[in-house]
Structure formats: structure tokens, C-alpha cells
Design a protein around this ligand. Structure first.
Ligand SMILES: [Zn+2]
Length: 768
């Protein structure tokens, strides 16, 4: 068969599967029958495969068209369920099998149920079914092997469900039953799981939430052992897992609060430290901490270490205290702080990675000042990175007033530090040298790049732009690329029901998912959180971005380059030849890209992109306006998420208030109608509304950070029909509301009711 025909057939097969998956059995059959005629007799395997699928689908059609009758015997219904399972109609098969299992706890039924659940990625449930199967298994010498097979499956499912301790127990039991190669494999598995369970038991929660994969856990343990760091700090520094998440995991595991080293929140050295030798505490990894409420806490790396608690009690001579958990490095830092060893500007290992030839330093920097300037320049970059800033602004002030440095964090500029007059020019020159710019040129704007490595080994890029300002001054603006870490889906502020719905579409094997909104509405963050959710070693994920702002381990990220013709459309074509499972295209601007995206999602890939549209329903009309095929689009689309960022009420100073009649009316009016969940006066009276006040932490504005608001449209049959008909926006919106969508404004108002923001801010970012 020639290449073209082969790829045509492959694509059509995928198309047929897509139909079958959506329950469009007739359409699927039609494609298969076409293909059966197209494939010649010589392609024996393929022809048989197609024939088998046609049989399955025909059988399935018989099954679904028949009324479910209670008179059907157990065997008949089991047969039906197995036909459904064979045809990969797992959901329907599960429904039937669950009923059967209730009637008769037959191990066979449980085994099939487990296989269906596993096929849908529900490993925890699958493991539970296998446990049931084993419990009801009539064990005899003849069916011993079958029993062992079930145990093997159980162990595998438990491992996939991240229940390592349980999986370990099953493997240990199983080992005795196995021989030869299989026994060796089981032993290797046991060794692997033992290491994971012992070395990172405290991180169980991260495994369970799928934030940490077993292979990363293992790698982190190895690095920790080699470098002598704690596994927690390795995960934070090397694998980009947020400290908050690690803290939550530790707190849940040890059932006590998590403490993090933040110098500005410390209340000084506790009395009980008088005369205590620091080496004892370093050895025990325990440090006392004075708390706001006047009480004392012991901060420790392992709160289960009762011996250490006893010794600390003796050495410090304390009786009453609370236990808090912290990562080892933070405890050592706290001890450094108490014993005066904490130094910020000592930074001998800081380095710049040379991109081009190193530039000779110029005479403008006085000798004695030079190292201070170098260190200060590095310190600013490192601080900005650690605080999650996206940009650094160095702004020359007029006269002899030096310069001020501001960081843009969460979209807002925040003052960081001022620079004395005598350091202003050297500092700006230093950044120009780092970026390979001409330091003598001060009257024209220049731009360049710095590649920087922090003391903890993180490498990031900084785009540098200099701009001449009045009085022969210069400003420097630096954008940190790849400095922002990917957030998890839980962290981007989706309401629980939207989160669940979004997760459901992310778990689909293929289709199109769009995130839409104006520039600066947090689309990239959301896309990366979505990719983070599905990022597994078993998946190949390609992304094309401009610029690459977030770097994620496990993704293959490509920076598009319009000047040399490396456009989104071109990168996408290259991706399709590079065996992808998931593709993310940073932005869809033209028809060519839109068309290619839909093709890609119909041929078995999960495809993500963004569009500059205002709302989810509007996106449909926009894409159809670009001339894409409405049938293909309706088939491919899994969901459209529109979003905005509104200012968040400062959690430190916001003040609850009881709304007036007029304010209640206003909220209800702005919310408008919703067919499934109208907003009532009662709803508002039961909620606690807050208003902004202003404190030092929010610069007296009353707002700090931002809250995302979302509108998620997922198509049902009605919406697919409307798409095919190219229905007007308002019809699509109404159908979407009936299908459970909330408009941006409605989502925002629901977040006003939970006290995250206020109506004024919601109104400021969305019309509807
Ligand atoms: Zn405040």
C-alpha cells in the first residue's frame, strides 16, 4: 500500500473511533464499511481488524437499541456488558457491570469492572474492584494461576493509584508465588516501592494528588542522597514543585502546622536559647520559635522523632510548646539567623552563563565599588525570580536622587528598593554588560538577553531593554522568561464545579480545548496548569509559545520566531510529524492555524490553543467566521474556557459588611438569569460580603493579587447542532447556560459571594 493511502486510512480509522466514542455508531459504521472496501485482501490483518470492529459496533447497536428488561437473565446481561467492553464503550459497560456485581458478587464481574475502570484511568476504583474479586474468589489448586493473575493486576492498579504502601504489601505476598523472570521483576518492584515509601512517606499526599510521579520521587531521593539536601528542597529547587504544596503535604502527613522561613516575620531569638550550644540543635534538626500569641513552638524536620523532642525539651528546658514541621533547610536557616550567621550578600557562587564572548568591563566602575555592584545586580535578579516577578523596572530619578527598582508581581508594579545616586550608573552599566549591550551608547534604546543562574542552580533568561530618559538618564526594563512556575489546576481559582468539568475534558484522549480572553487575562497560566495536570512521562507533549514564559519539566517547548518564518502554523506541522500525544499552540491568529488545529484534534491528538475573543460563545462564531468546517469543529471541540483577572480583596484587611436592599438588587440585576441556578436574595443574605479597607500589606489599596473568573463552555448535542448551523452568539450562549455554563460575570459574582472580590472589580473586567 502506498504511504498516502496508508495515512489516509489511518486518519479515517481515527475519525471512526471518534464517532464511536461519542456514541455516533451509525456514522462510525459507515466509515468502517467504506474502509473495508478500500483495504485490499493482501492487508489481511487490517482487513480483519476492521471487520471485527464492524461486528462489535453492530453488536453494540443491537445492545443499545434493545430496551433494558429486568427479565434478562444474569448471563444475558453479562454477555451484553462484555460486548460493550469489547467495543470500548466502557461507561455503559461499567453501569451494567455494577448492577450485576450488586446482584451477585462474582469475581469475574469484578474483574471485568476493574478492567473497564482501569481503561478509563480510574485506578483507585479498579483496585477496589480487584480486591472484591479476590475476596469472592473460590480458591482451589486448579485455579491458583488465575488467582495470582488477579493479585498481579491489583498490585499494578494500586501502584497506578499511587497507593504505594498497599502495592508493596501485595507484591510481597505475590513474590512467593512467582518464579524466574517474573520473580526478579517483582523483587525489583518491591525494592523500588520500599525506597519510595520509606524515603518519601511524608510526601504521600503529593503522590495521591498526582503532583509527584513515582519516577520523579525516586530521582529526587537519589539527588537528595548525593547532595545531602532534603528531598523536599530538591523537589522545590530542581523539580519546581511549589513550597506551598510541599508544606501542605508535610502538614497533612505529620498532622501539625507547616512553618516556612521568612525573615521579616520572625519575632527574635527566644529566651530558652540562652547558653544552648547550637550544634545540639543542628544535630537534632529542631529549633525553638517565638510565636505571635506569646507561646513557643518547636520547629522540626521530623515531628515523629520523639527522641529528638525529648532531648530538645531537656536542652532548652521547656515544658509547653507546639510542634511545627519545616523543611530541613529552613530549620538550619533559622538557626543561622539566631546565631548570627545569615548573610544575604555573600554570593560567591553566583555566575552568569556566557552567551557570547565575555565583554570587557569598562573603566566606569570604580575598583572598590565593582564587586558590590555585581553582587547587588545579581541579588536583584535573584530576588525578583524568587518573588515570582514577571518584570523588573529600574527607573532613574531626576537630580541626585538615584533610581528606584520596582517588580511587577501578579500584574502590578510594587516598589522593591531604591538605589543610591553613586550606584545608579554602575548598576545600569552592569546589566548592559550582562546583556552584551554597548555601555557607551546611552542615547539610543537597546535590547539584549541575560542567561542567569541562581545560587540554588535555577537557570532563567532575562530580556533586557534600555530606554533613554530625561536628563541623560537611562531606564532598564527586564522581563524574566521561564521564571514563573507552572501552577496546578487547583491553584488557578476555578470554582469546584468548573474545576471538575475542566478536569473531565482534560482526561479525554483527543479533541480541542481553547482558552480565550484578552492579553493579560492569565491564559498562559491556565494552559500550563492544564498541561501540568496531564503531564506524565507516558505522554509526549509539544508546545509552541511566544514567548516561553513558563518552563515545565516534561514538556517539549518551542519558541516561535516570526522573523525567520518559524510561525505557529509551521511549528504545528512539524509537531504532527513528531509523534505527539498533546499539542499546545500558544495562539491561533489565522485561518491556516485554526484549520490545522482542528485537523490535529480529529486525528487523535489532544490540542490546546488560545484566541483573543471576549467570551466562550463568541469564540465559536469567530472560528466559523475564519472559514473552518463547522462539522469538524463541532466534532473536535471539547471545551472553551474564557477568563479574566479581577483584583482580589486584600485578605489581611478586607471587612465584612451587610449589603443594603439596593446593593442586593444590584447584584441580582448584574447576575441576570440562569436557567439552572438563579441568584436569589436569600443566597446573598446567607453569604458574607466584604469591602476593601487598606493596610500596609496592600499599599493601602485594599486589594492584593488577583482572582481569575471563568466561563467554561462544553458542547452537548444541542450545542453541536447549533455550531453546525452556525447559530448566532446569543443562541449558543443560551444553550450553553442550559448545559451548565456560567457567564464570566456570573462566575465573578459567585466569587463576590465567597468574599474573594467585590462587584466593582468584577464589573471592571467583564461586560457580560
Ligand atoms: Zn490590606
Amino acid at each position: 500500500m502506498n504511504e498516502d493511502l496508508r495515512s489516509y486510512i489511518e486518519n479515517r480509522l481515527k475519525e471512526a473511533e471518534l464517532y464511536a466514542k461519542q456514541g455516533l455508531v451509525d456514522e462510525a459504521l459507515e466509515v468502517y464499511r467504506d474502509l473495508r472496501n478500500l483495504v485490499s485482501e493482501e492487508e489481511n490483518g487490517l482487513k480483519q481488524e476492521i471487520q471485527k470492529r464492524i461486528f462489535e459496533l453492530e453488536a453494540f447497536k443491537g445492545v443499545v437499541s434493545e430496551e433494558e428488561t429486568p427479565q434478562d437473565s444474569f448471563e444475558e446481561r453479562l454477555k451484553k456488558a462484555l460486548i460493550l467492553k469489547e467495543g470500548a464503550f466502557y461507561q455503559q459497560a461499567i453501569r451494567l457491570l455494577e448492577d450485576l456485581a450488586q446482584e451477585n458478587p462474582n469475581p469475574e464481574v469484578y474483574r471485568h469492572l476493574a478492567e473497564c475502570l482501569a481503561a478509563l484511568g480510574q485506578h483507585e476504583k479498579a483496585a477496589n474492584c480487584l480486591k472484591q474479586a479476590l475476596r469472592h474468589f473460590p480458591l482451589s489448586p486448579e485455579n491458583r494461576l488465575e488467582f495470582v493473575e488477579l493479585q498481579k493486576k491489583l498490585a499494578e492498579e494500586l501502584e497506578k493509584a499511587y497507593e504505594f504502601e498497599q502495592a508493596l504489601l501485595v507484591y510481597q505476598k505475590l513474590k512467593e508465588e512467582l518464579l524466574g523472570e517474573e520473580k526478579v521483576q517483582a523483587e525489583e518492584k518491591i525494592a523500588f516501592l520500599q525506597e519510595l515509601v520509606q524515603g518519601a512517606a511524608q510526601l504521600k499526599f503529593l503522590f495521591k494528588e498526582k503532583i509527584l510521579t513515582p519516577s520523579i520521587g525516586k530521582e529526587a531521593l537519589e539527588i537528595a542522597r548525593e547532595t545531602g539536601s532534603s528531598v523536599e528542597s530538591v523537589l522545590i529547587e530542581k523539580f519546581g514543585i511549589s513550597k506551598d504544596l510541599i508544606g501542605q503535604a508535610l502538614s497533612r502527613f505529620y498532622n501539625c502546622p507547616f512553618w516556612e522561613f521568612k525573615e521579616d516575620l520572625l519575632l527574635g531569638k527566644p529566651q530558652c536559647l540562652e547558653g544552648v550550644k547550637e550544634s545540639f540543635l543542628r544535630q537534632l534538626l529542631v529549633a525553638p520559635l517565638a510565636k505571635d500569641d506569646g507561646r513557643l513552638a518547636l520547629v522540626m524536620a521530623n515531628p515523629f522523632d520523639l527522641g529528638a523532642i525529648e532531648q530538645a525539651k531537656k536542652i532548652l528546658q521547656v515544658k509547653e510548646f507546639e510542634i511545627m514541621v519545616a523543611i530541613r533547610e529552613d530549620i538550619l536557616k533559622l538557626l543561622d539567623y539566631y546565631y548570627g550567621k545569615l548573610e544575604y550578600f555573600e554570593a560567591p557562587e553566583l555566575e552568569i552563563l556566557p552567551e557570547e564572548e565575555p565583554v570587557e568591563e569598562e573603566e566606569e566602575l570604580p575598583e572598590d565599588q565593582e564587586s558590590v555592584v555585581v553582587q547587588f545586580a545579581n541579588y536583584v535578579l535573584e530576588e525578583a525570580y524568587n518573588r515570582g516577578a514577571s518584570d523588573i523596572h529600574i527607573e532613574s530619578l531626576t537630580g541626585k536622587r538615584g533610581a528606584q527598582i520596582r517588580f511587577r508581581i501578579d500584574g502590578e508594579c510594587i516598589p522593591f528598593q531604591t538605589v543610591p545616586y553613586h550606584m545608579k550608573r554602575p548598576l545600569i552599566s552592569r546589566y548592559k554588560i550582562m546583556a552584551g549591550l554597548d555601555i557607551a551608547e546611552k542615547r539610543l534604546p537597546q535590547d539584549g538577553k541575560i542567561k542567569f543562574r541562581t545560587r540554588t542552580g535555577k537557570v532563567f533568561e532575562v530580556r533586557v531593554a534600555t530606554i533613554p530618559t530625561i536628563e541623560n538618564n537611562e531606564d532598564v526594563v527586564m522581563r524574566i522568561l521561564g521564571g514563573v512556575q507552572a501552577r496546578t489546576l487547583e491553584e488557578i481559582g476555578l470554582r469546584p464545579e468548573v474545576l471538575e468539568q475542566f478536569r473531565r475534558i482534560l482526561e479525554m484522549p483527543y479533541g480541542l480545548i481553547l482558552v480565550v480572553g484578552p492579553t493579560g487575562s492569565g491564559k498562559t497560566t491556565t494552559l500550563h496548569a492544564a498541561l501540568h495536570y496531564i503531564n506524565r512521562p507516558s505522554k509526549k507533549i509539544w508546545t509552541a509559545e511566544d514567548p516561553v514564559e513558563i518552563v515545565q519539566e516534561g514538556l517539549r517547548q518551542v519558541q516561535v520566531h516570526h522573523k525567520i518564518g518559524l510561525t505557529f502554523a509551521r511549528v504545528l506541522r512539524a509537531f504532527l510529524r513528531a509523534d505527539p500525544d498533546v499539542i499546545m499552540i500558544g495562539e491561533t491568529r489565522d485561518e491556516e492555524t485554526a484549520h490545522a488545529l482542528i485537523e490535529a484534534s480529529l486525528t487523535g491528538h489532544l490540542v490546546f490553543s488560545t484566541l483573543h475573543t471576549n467570551s466562550a460563545p463568541e469564540t465559536v462564531t469567530r472560528l466559523l467566521g475564519m472559514g473552518i468546517d463547522p462539522y469538524n469543529f463541532a466534532d473536535a471541540l471539547l471545551g472553551i474556557l474564557a477568563q479574566r483577572l479581577a483584583k482580589r480583596l486584600c485578605p489581611d484587611c478586607k471587612e465584612p459588611f451587610t449589603p443594603t436592599e439596593k446593593e442586593i438588587e444590584e447584584l441580582i440585576f448584574e447576575y441576570g438569569n440562569h436557567p439552572l441556578r438563579p441568584l436569589t436574595e436569600e443566597d446573598i443574605r446567607q453569604a458574607t460580603l466584604y469591602r476593601p479597607v487598606g493596610c500596609h500589606r496592600c499599599n493601602q489599596t485594599g486589594y492584593r493579587g488577583r482572582v481569575a473568573i471563568h466561563e467554561l463552555l462544553t458542547p452537548n448535542d444541542e450545542l453541536r447542532e447549533l455550531i453546525v448551523k452556525a447559530a448566532p452568539v446569543h443562541e449558543i450562549r443560551e444553550a450553553a447556560l442550559r448545559n451548565g455554563m456560567f457567564t464570566l460575570k456570573q462566575d465573578g459574582i459567585l466569587k463576590v459571594l465567597t468574599g474573594e472580590t467585590d462587584l466593582k472589580q468584577v464589573r471592571a473586567v467583564c461586560v457580560r
